[in-house]
Design a protein around this ligand. Structure first.
Ligand SMILES: C[S@@+](CC[C@H](N)C(=O)[O-])C[C@H]1O[C@@H](n2cnc3c(N)ncnc32)[C@H](O)[C@@H]1O
Length: 399
């Protein structure tokens, strides 16, 4: 039995030693398992867990060899030794405390280790973020969240109870489930419920309430497969939607999701908004622009810890420059009295507060209505930023 876990450990060491961070870890492991059919589903689960644990140490212990660092990672990322007991010397087992802080203190008796080493960008964090809680959050696998669509509350709860799925109702329409819960076979996704992180769902708190049930135009200018668009549709109801992204493949996904979600009044199109648009997609300026900008994703790194391990400051500068271009170009299409919502899933000032300052400096007549961090680290969720601007001027003529 124990031999099996030693073998998982050795496989994980080999995999980590050959991974270079260029591809998402999930896709890279999927390719490896597809090419190595000898690993059954339990093997895949344990080996993946070990690889993820390793990257959860971020940029700490750079000079410690992979096998040794992996042991530290297992120790810090698991509240108890469980199946990994046989890999550890007695002193580790004796010091394996359920409280993370106690385990960190033990590791500090053996290595020069600190939370700042895991995430060496702490000075760039948005002020609202609690540094230690945020960094320690990387040792924990986040939950999966679903947003129940309007009117589907009873159906969804009933289906989940009947399937015996463990879940936690966080709000009327937000449900948390353990990672890797199989919900796609139980729920009609996008029709009854949307897979959407808790903080991402909370972006609805930034939707201007006076737009609800008005005949408005909404442009989701970095739409991806439409998570924010569907959120806006569920809250604002009567809207004509424009959804664009630089990637045509993702818009195909959006169209499929919109069909399931029952969204018909929309136009989707490929558009690189880091350049000024040469022709407009609509005759009139837009009443509400959602700009969920490409970003470092630093608020989501507990889901993709390999990104933390391979992140460099240079990437941060590139993202901030792109965000300023995208926001500056998108805002030109905003109507007077219209709203612009800037969103990132980043925790860095350079991508949040500094872009907000840039927007306020560059675009005269914009007023910042609401701005802040959506902190997910205490809920096993992502952290995000949102800022809502009003283009002060005439009110809508949309009635
Ligand atoms: C954070 S994601 C958007 C997520 C989406 N709003 C959702 O809720 O699912 C950012 C998106 O911006 C797109 N993007 C990146 N650069 C872009 C550009 N120059 N113009 C338009 N879209 C861009 C990416 O392809 C990506 O889909």
């Amino acid at each position: 039995m124990q031999q099996r876990f030693h073998s998982y450990f050795n496989t994980a060491v080999q995999l980590i030693s050959s991974y270079d961070g260029k591809m998402p870890l999930a896709a890279w492991l999927k390719n490896y398992f597809a090419a190595n059919k000898k690993h059954g589903s339990k093997d895949r689960k344990y080996i993946s867990h070990l690889c993820y644990c390793y990257y959860r140490l971020g940029q700490a212990l750079p000079n410690v060899e992979v096998a040794e660092k992996l042991k530290v990672a297992i120790f810090l990322c698991n509240a108890e030794p469980g199946v990994w007991t046989g890999l550890f010397e007695l002193e580790y087992i004796d010091n394996w405390n359920v409280e993370l802080i106690r385990r960190i203190v033990f590791i500090q008796t053996k290595y020069a280790f600190s939370l700042e080493d895991v995430f060496p960008f702490a000075e760039s964090l948005t002020d609202e973020i609690d540094k230690d809680s945020f960094i320690a959050g990387h040792f924990v696998q986040p939950d999966v969240f679903i947003r129940v669509r309007p009117g589907k509350e009873k159906t969804v709860t009933k289906k989940m109870e009947e399937a015996g799925l463990p879940f936690q109702q966080l709000t009327n329409d937000c449900i948390a489930l353990p990672n890797a819960s199989k919900i796609d076979t139980i729920l009609a996704l996008d029709k009854e419920a949307v897979i959407q992180d808790y903080s991402s769902q909370r972006i609805a708190e930034f939707f201007p309430s006076e737009l609800t049930d008005k005949n408005i135009t909404v442009w989701d200018c970095c739409s991806a497969s439409g998570g924010k668009s569907i959120l806006a549709y569920d809250h604002l109801h009567k809207m004509k939607l424009f959804a664009s992204d630089v990637r045509s493949s993702i818009l195909f996904n959006l169209q499929q999701r919109f069909a399931k979600a029952g969204i018909k009044n929309y136009h989707s199109f490929v558009c690189d908004i880091s350049n000024e648009l040469t022709e407009s997609f609509t005759n009139d300026p837009v009443n509400f622009i959602i700009c969920d900008a490409p970003c470092s994703g630093s608020g989501t790194w507990s889901r993709t810890p390999e990104q933390l391990a391979y992140f460099t400051r240079k990437k941060l500068e590139d993202y901030a420059a792109l965000q300023k271009k995208i926001a500056g170009n998108a805002i030109k299409h905003l109507s007077k009295g219209g709203y612009f919502l800037y969103i990132t899933c980043s925790v860095f000032k350079q991508e949040n507060e500094e872009v907000v300052e840039f927007i306020l400096d560059e675009v005269k007549g914009l007023k910042l209505i609401k701005s802040g961090a959506l902190k997910g680290y205490n809920q096993k969720a992502d952290s995000m930023h949102a800022s809502l601007f009003l283009n002060q001027g005439d009110s809508f003529d949309t009635e």
